[in-house]
Design a protein around this ligand. Structure first.
Ligand SMILES: Nc1nc2c(ncn2[C@@H]2O[C@H](COP(=O)(O)OP(=O)(O)OP(=O)(O)O)[C@@H](O)[C@H]2O)c(=O)[nH]1
Ligand SMILES: [Mg+2]
Length: 482
């Protein structure tokens, strides 16, 4: 039977594995297990009414192929948060232990019936699967369950579609959605047009259906392909503007720091704590989709830029990585990546690995080395000493901060200052007082080794970047400016 698995296939290194596996009987392993505490909690009756108007009622289902029971539940809990972020009400979460997802129906075909019973009992109108399903898996599940079925990828794309604000962000999301839809066009075209019925239009097709809109779903692939290439060109044109802006910053020799990390880790909060930027902070996944750049200074007074970026998630749909290329390039082109980790998360190492995976993917695609990484554990105010000790051990060299209380922020400023590229050209110059702006630049961008005010100007020995060295060359003392 495909649904049974060999016992030693799951002996992971984790010390949790033994305990949780030991508790599970073989038979129970392949059954659908209810994950407790997943249902969306409603605050009061008015909220119930409000939600029922616009929300989907969803049942989540995951296939647990590896790792511990705890991990599989954490994965489904994250899916629940994603579903809620997209505006769904989570009624039930189920996990099936299996070697690998069933090629035909994702969960074992015998379990589809059980799942169907749960769907009917709870009155759900949508099933969300914790993975990326093939077009035919989606089709077959929908046919058997008689409700809409979407996968994790569609869910994440949906959240991005809801949160995109800028024209560039909207185009990027639409590109990703169309790429996702293209191979699924036939299967979805039938079921969607029937099920979405009267709710079509106004971008209100519900979870997984917002964005490109149904009329487009029913057009043929050629038109979608045409739209895809049009969007690609638009995004390309917009990223030229961005590159120019970035180019200006680099030619000014202002080092750049990119803040990357798992969604909801506190990246925007950290940007605010470091610069007082006032960027949107929200307890929601993927609150930030547009990169915000602010200038700030190291404790020594050197200016650098800090850019807040879109958050990552486990199994970030590759269509999004592709579509958000220009945004993610901010990270790849930075002089330093500040990798923010949510210290209060129950499985922070998952977050770290997922983020490093995406960073690695960006690096591979560009075939270039990624900038150095400074790991910052945030939310130290909201976690235990024990969890922090564990993280100190797991992430040597990390800085521990709380964007809320401000603890550790000064140390973080110092560490960033230390890790920024050092100016590498030593100059020995006498700058006339009328060129005070050059002296100011040396103070801002360079490192002063010696400064003296003489009758004919400011005498400076300093380390600066090549472009500033060029501007100072005319004032070199004894012609030794390099
Ligand atoms: N307790 C505590 N909560 C924090 C801290 N920093 C951020 N948060 C909270 O964590 C949530 C997410 O913060 P954001 O700054 O929006 O996180 P983000 O990484 O920018 O999230 P996305 O843009 O959605 O990927 C918010 O509810 C913040 O108030 C902190 O130091 N301590
Ligand atoms: Mg943010």
């Amino acid at each position: 039977m495909t649904e049974e698995i060999s016992q030693n296939g799951y002996d992971t290194a984790s010390d949790l594995a033994e305990l949780s596996l030991g508790e599970l009987e073989l038979e129970e392993r392949s059954s659908l297990r209810r994950v407790a505490g997943l249902s969306t909690e409603l605050q009061d009756i008015t909220e119930v009414e409000y939600r029922q108007l616009r929300l989907e009622r969803v049942v989540l289902v995951g296939v647990w192929t590896e790792g511990t029971a705890l991990e599989s539940e954490a994965s489904l809990a994250e899916l629940a948060r994603l579903a809620e972020t997209a505006g769904s009400e989570v009624l039930e979460g189920l996990v099936q232990r299996r070697d690998k997802p069933d090629p035909a129906t994702y969960v074992g075909s015998g379990k589809v019936q059980e799942l169907g019973e749960v769907v009917r009992a709870t009155g759900a109108d949508t099933v969300i699967c914790d993975g990326e399903l093939s077009p035919s898996q989606l089709q077959q599940l929908e046919a058997r369950l008689k409700v809409k079925v979407i996968d994790r990828t569609a869910l994440i794309l949906d959240i991005f579609a809801q949160h995109a604000r800028s024209r560039e962000g909207k185009s990027q999301v639409e590109l990703a959605q169309l790429q996702y839809l293209l191979p699924r066009l036939r299967g979805w075209g039938q079921t969607l047009s029937r099920q979405a019925g009267g709710r079509a239009g106004g971008g209100n097709g519900g979870v997984g259906l917002r964005g490109p809109g149904e009329t487009k779903l029913e057009t043929d692939r050629r038109r979608i392909r045409a739209k895809i290439s049009k969007l690609r060109k638009e995004i390309q044109a917009m990223s030229v503007v961005r590159d120019t802006k970035r180019g200006l910053r680099t030619s000014n020799a202002v080092p750049s720091v990119a803040i990357a990390g798992y969604t909801n880790a506190g990246k925007s909060s950290l940007l605010n704590a470091l610069t007082g930027a006032g960027v949107l902070v929200e307890d929601a996944l993927f609150a930030t989709l547009d990169a915000t750049t602010r200038r700030t200074q190291t404790p020594e007074g050197h200016t650098y830029t800090l850019t807040d970026t879109v958050g990552f998630v486990r199994h970030l749909p590759h269509q999004l990585v592709e579509a958000f290329r220009s945004t993610l390039d901010e990270v790849a082109d930075a002089d330093l990546v500040v990798h923010v980790v949510d210290g209060a998360d129950p499985m922070p190492e998952w977050q770290v690995n997922a983020v490093r995976e995406v960073l690695g993917e960006i690096g591979r695609r560009r075939d270039a080395a990624m900038p150095p990484e400074l790991v910052v554990v945030n939310k130290t105010d909201a976690t235990t000493e024990f969890a922090l000790a564990r993280l100190r051990h797991l992430l040597p060299g990390a800085v521990f901060v709380s964007a809320h209380s401000g603890a550790g922020i000064d140390e973080l400023r110092e560490r960033i200052g230390e890790l920024l590229p050092r100016p590498d050209v030593e100059v020995d110059v006498l700058v006339p007082y009328v060129r005070g702006e050059l002296v100011a630049r040396v103070h801002q961008e360079g490192e002063i080794l010696l400064e003296e005010h003489t009758a004919s100007g400011t005498q400076l020995r300093a380390r600066v970047k090549a472009d500033l060295a060029g501007a100072l060359e005319q004032f070199a003392v004894n012609g030794t400016s390099a």
